[in-house]
Design a protein around this ligand. Structure first.
Ligand SMILES: Nc1ncnc2c1ncn2[C@@H]1O[C@H](COP(=O)(O)OP(=O)(O)OP(=O)(O)O)[C@@H](O)[C@H]1O
Ligand SMILES: [Mg+2]
Length: 454
C-alpha cells in the first residue's frame, strides 16, 4: 500500500499507532469518544451558562437586599428602636439575620480563588449597590453567606443570608442524571457493538483454522450484509479448495491403483522366475519404482483431507523412529530422542508422521548420529532433527525443498530417492500453518526445524 502523505496520512498513522489493535476497542473509541466529548462539552456549556445566571441573580439580589435594609435604617435616622424593628422584619420577611457591631472594623477580605465565581459576583454586586467598604464570607457558620458593610468607622452592620438560597443542589442532580444515562446508553451500545463484531471475529478464526488445516464446518456467515458476504465468500472458497483437493485425491487413487496392479503383476512374474542372479537388478528396479510411486502419491495427495486431532508427541516420535529404523535394517545410524513436550498437540497424525519420517530418513541416510528434540515455544510446537552428516550449504537450503531437487552428496551416495522428501515435508508443515527451516546442527551436520502453531 502506498504511504499516505500530508495531514490526512499522518493523522491516519497517528491513529494506527495509538489506537488499540482490536476491532471492538477501536469501534468503541471511534463511535463513543465523539459522543462522550460532545456530551461533556454540552454539559459544560449548559452548566456554565446556568451557573453564570444563577450566581449573577443571587449575588445581585443579596446585595440589593442589604443596601435596601441599610437605606431603611438610615431613613429612620439610625434610631436604635428603628434598628430593632428592621432586624425583626428582615428576619420575618427576608429570612436575613441583621446585626450591628460597634467599636470594631471590617476583617481583612481573604483573597478569592479563581473558581469562586459566586463570591466574585457577590463582591461586584455589593460594591455596585452599596458603594461602601464591605466584607463578605460565603461560608459563614451554618453554611450562611455573610455580608458586612461599614456604616461609619467602627460601626459595622452585618447581614446573614441562609444557605439554601445560594447552594446550588441542582448541579449534583443534573450531573448524576447525565452520568447515569450516559453509562446506561454506553453499556447498551457496547452490547450491540459486540454483537456486530462477533461475526468478523468468527470469520477471522475460521480463516485461520482453515489455513492451519483444522475443521471449519461449524462456521456460518452472519452479521451485517458486508460481513455476511465476506463470510459467504470464505465458505465458497473453502468448498472450492476442498473439492479441488478431493478431485485430485480420487484421480490419484485411481492412477495409483492401476499402476500398483501392474507392479504387483511384475512382482509375481519375477517371483515365478525364481532366484536368478540375472533378474536381481530387475527386482531392485521394481522395488525402487514402488517406492517412488508411493512418494509421488504422498506428494500429490497432500494430507488427503486428514483431520487434525490431539496426539502425544513422544508417542508419535518413537513410532516414527521405529518405522524409519525398520526401513533401513542395515543402517548403523543411532537415533536418540531428547526432550519432547508432553502436552497433547493437535496435528494430522499420519501426515505429521510422514513429515517426521522424511526428515529422519534424510538424517539416517546422510549421518550416523541423529538426535530428535522438541519443545513448546509460546503457541508453537517446535521439533528439531539434528544429524552429523555433511549438512547442506546455506545457499542451497531453499533449493532442496523444491520437488525432485537432489544435491550431489545424494547422487554420489548412489542412493535411490526421488528428491520429494523435503517438498512433501514442507507441504505438510504448511498445511498445519507452520514451516520447516534448515540450519547448522551442533552435531556438525544438518538441523531441520519444524514449527507449527498449536
Ligand atoms: N540431512 C541431510 N544432510 C545432508 N543433505 C541432505 C539432508 N537432507 C536432505 N539433504 C539433501 O537435500 C536433497 C533433497 O532431500 P529430499 O529429502 O527432498 O530428497 P531425497 O532424500 O534425495 O529423496 P527422497 O526423500 O524423495 O527419497 C537430498 O537429495 C540431499 O542432497
Ligand atoms: Mg529424503
Amino acid at each position: 500500500m502506498p504511504q499516505q502523505t500530508g495531514l490526512y496520512g499522518s493523522f491516519n498513522r497517528f491513529l494506527e499507532r495509538h489506537l488499540p489493535s482490536g476491532l471492538y476497542k477501536r469501534a468503541l473509541i471511534i463511535l463513543i469518544a465523539p459522543v462522550v466529548l460532545l456530551q461533556t462539552l454540552m454539559v459544560g456549556i449548559i452548566l456554565e451558562r446556568y451557573y453564570d445566571n444563577v450566581t449573577r441573580v443571587l449575588g445581585r439580589s443579596m446585595a440589593r437586599q442589604a443596601s435596601f435594609l441599610i437605606d431603611q435604617y438610615e431613613a429612620a435616622g439610625r434610631a436604635p428602636a428603628a434598628f430593632a424593628e428592621l432586624q425583626r422584619s428582615a428576619k420575618r420577611r427576608l429570612r436575613v439575620d441583621v446585626q450591628m457591631f460597634e467599636g470594631q472594623g471590617l476583617p481583612a477580605q481573604a483573597p478569592l480563588p479563581f473558581y469562586a465565581i459566586f463570591e466574585q459576583r457577590l463582591l461586584q454586586s455589593v460594591d455596585d449597590e452599596t458603594g461602601r467598604n464591605f466584607w463578605i464570607d460565603s461560608n459563614a457558620e451554618g453554611g450562611k453567606v455573610e455580608i458586612r458593610v461599614e456604616l461609619e468607622p467602627q460601626r459595622i452592620i452585618s447581614f446573614k443570608f441562609s444557605a439554601d438560597r445560594v447552594r446550588w443542589s441542582d448541579t449534583q442532580l443534573i450531573v448524576s442524571v447525565l452520568l447515569g444515562s450516559s453509562l446506561l446508553f454506553l453499556s447498551i451500545a457496547m452490547v450491540f457493538l459486540r454483537n456486530q463484531i462477533r461475526p468478523i471475529v468468527d470469520l477471522a478464526r475460521a480463516a485461520t483454522d482453515f489455513g492451519m488445516g483444522r475443521a471449519t464446518g461449524s462456521f456460518r456467515p452472519r452479521g451485517a450484509t458486508e460481513v455476511k458476504r465476506a463470510g459467504q465468500a470464505f465458505v465458497d472458497m473453502r468448498d472450492r479448495i476442498e473439492r479441488h483437493v478431493e478431485q485430485r485425491t480420487t484421480m490419484l487413487a485411481g492412477v495409483s491403483h492401476d499402476l500398483r496392479t501392474i507392479l504387483t503383476r511384475f512382482k509375481l512374474e519375477l517371483a515365478v522366475l525364481g532366484d536368478n542372479p540375472k533378474i536381481h537388478p530387475l527386482k531392485e528396479d521394481v522395488d525402487e519404482m514402488q517406492h517412488m510411486l508411493e512418494d509421488y502419491m504422498a506428494f500429490v495427495k497432500g494430507d488427503g483431507g486428514e483431520e487434525a486431532m490431539p496426539v502425544s508427541i513422544p508417542e508419535l516420535v518413537s513410532a516414527t523412529v521405529d518405522t524409519v529404523e525398520r526401513e533401513r535394517p542395515d543402517s548403523d545410524a543411532v537415533i536418540s530422542i531428547g526432550d519432547l513436550p508432553t502436552e497433547q498437540v493437535s496435528v494430522k497424525p499420519n501426515a505429521f508422521r510422514r513429515l517426521l519420517a522424511n526428515l529422519l530418513s534424510n538424517a539416517v541416510r546422510y549421518g550416523h548420529e541423529i538426535q530428535i528434540s522438541g519443545l513448546i515455544e509460546g503457541r508453537k510446537l517446535v521439533l528439531r532433527v539434528d544429524d552429523n552428516g555433511p549438512g547442506i550449504p546455506a545457499d542451497q537450503r531453499e533449493d532442496v525443498f523444491r520437488p525432485f531437487v537432489r544435491l550431489d552428496n545424494a547422487r554420489n551416495l548412489d542412493e535411490t530417492g526421488t528428491g520429494l522428501g523435503l517438498a512433501i515435508a514442507r507441504d505438510i508443515a504448511q498445511a498445519h500453518g507452520g514451516e520447516i527451516t534448515l540450519e547448522d546442527s551442533a552435531l556438525g551436520g544438518l538441523r531441520a526445524v519444524v514449527s507449527v502453531p498449536i
